[in-house]
Design a protein around this ligand. Structure first.
Ligand SMILES: NC(=O)c1ccc[n+]([C@@H]2O[C@H](COP(=O)([O-])OP(=O)(O)OC[C@H]3O[C@@H](n4cnc5c(N)ncnc54)[C@H](O)[C@@H]3O)[C@@H](O)[C@H]2O)c1
Length: 323
């Protein structure tokens, strides 16, 4: 029996997931939902699904095994809760909410319902990340420096801090999550920021840039930089400084390994990690076994806690303990 899948949000990310489901055997798109009528009717037509403008009606009326939720962070309200209560398994895009309180409430309902719930941290599925994780198990890191520095995305909600949570939460959370995936939990953060450089962009309230100092429970320290003020260039990745090796992970493209006195070695990403995360989720739903998922909803809440602490630090100027 094909896994029956519904979608809440018919924007850029869920459209990519819809195409992946369509190309997959063993799963079928039964319903799609968006508050924007043109988007939902286009998706419904393209994928032969029922169209809804209200997720409550879709969850009530349609028999679904799984639901993908890809919304602007502020728009997560009761979508996941209502689905979990009906036993529908969940794929939720990162960041899973715009604040920790909402995410914790949703997490509680997911755990109570016992449904499989994953978050869209697709970078964890890259083959170079699996190799990097193995290499790091053999050598201690002394310092890390992460980056997501680029331009301002086109969607309007992204530039409003109260809607997106700001760049560290909305975008650079991939880098924070990668740091947690590789090095474990963060104990405290201290963040600084700059603002007001983008005179050509009206009414934006997110920071232009931020620097978040991290103290890990293991004792490791590092900084993760965000910037959305660049025009036409950028840098995404994580530099990991070990006593004898510098690992330069360039997000979604390659890993360069530099050792003293040796030629650098470069490993390129060789797998379709975006497809892999979706296939792993659908297989988990089919088998009822979520153990191969690399990011559970609960784990994604921990990454949200780090960036929420960074936001609190930006607001207060003080170092903040990660909750
Ligand atoms: N994992 C990744 O690499 C990755 C990449 C891109 C985006 N994302 C995440 O996916 C999420 C969505 O991003 P996007 O690029 O698709 O944004 P988008 O703006 O393209 O799409 C969001 C859609 O949600 C709809 N929407 C808003 N409120 C709604 C509601 N209450 N009910 C139904 N629909 C509603 C909007 O009309 C819009 O069509 C974000 O959290 C983003 O961070 C993840």
């Amino acid at each position: 029996m094909a896994v029956k899948v519904g979608f809440v949000g018919c924007g850029g990310m869920n459209r990519a997931h819809m195409s992946r489901i369509k190309a997959m055997s063993g799963a079928t798109i039964v319903a799609v939902c968006d508050v924007a009528k043109d988007r939902v009717s286009a998706a419904a037509e393209e994928f032969g699904a029922l169209a809804f403008s209200d997720h409550r009606k879709m969850i009530e009326d349609v028999e679904m095994d799984a639901m993908f939720v890809a919304l602007p962070p502020f728009a997560h309200t009761d979508q996941e809760i209502l689905a979990a209560r009906k036993g529908i398994h969940l794929f939720v895009e990162k960041p899973v909410a715009v604040d920790l309180k909402t995410a914790k409430k949703i997490e509680g309902e997911i755990l109570k319902a016992g449904v499989i719930a994953t978050a869209g941290f697709q970078d964890r599925y890259q083959d170079i990340v699996a190799k990097l994780k193995k290499m790091l198990a053999k050598t201690p890191a002394g310092l890390i420096m992460g980056y997501w520095i680029g331009g301002m995305p086109g969607v309007m909600w992204w530039r409003r801090k109260e809607q997106s949570g700001g760049q560290a939460m909305e975008q650079t959370i991939h880098t924070f999550d990668m740091a947690r995936y590789l090095f474990g939990e963060v104990k405290t953060v201290h963040a600084t920021f700059s603002k007001g450089l983008m005179k050509h962009i009206p009414k934006y309230t997110v920071e232009d840039a931020s620097c978040v100092n991290l103290q890990f429970k293991s004792g490791l320290c590092g900084t993760i930089f965000s910037g959305c003020f660049l025009q036409g260039y950028g840098k995404v990745g994580l530099d990991i400084w070990c006593p004898d090796t510098l690992y330069e992970y360039a997000g979604r493209s390659r890993l360069t390994i530099r050792k003293a006195g040796a030629e650098p070695e470069t490993l390129n990403v060789g797998n379709d990690f975006g497809g892999e995360i979706v296939r792993t989720f659908i297989n988990a739903v089919k088998s009822g076994n979520g153990s191969k998922l690399k990011s559970t909803y609960s784990d994604a809440v921990k990454s949200l806690a780090v960036v929420a602490a960074a936001n609190e630090s930006m607001a207060t100027g003080a170092a903040v303990k990660v909750k």
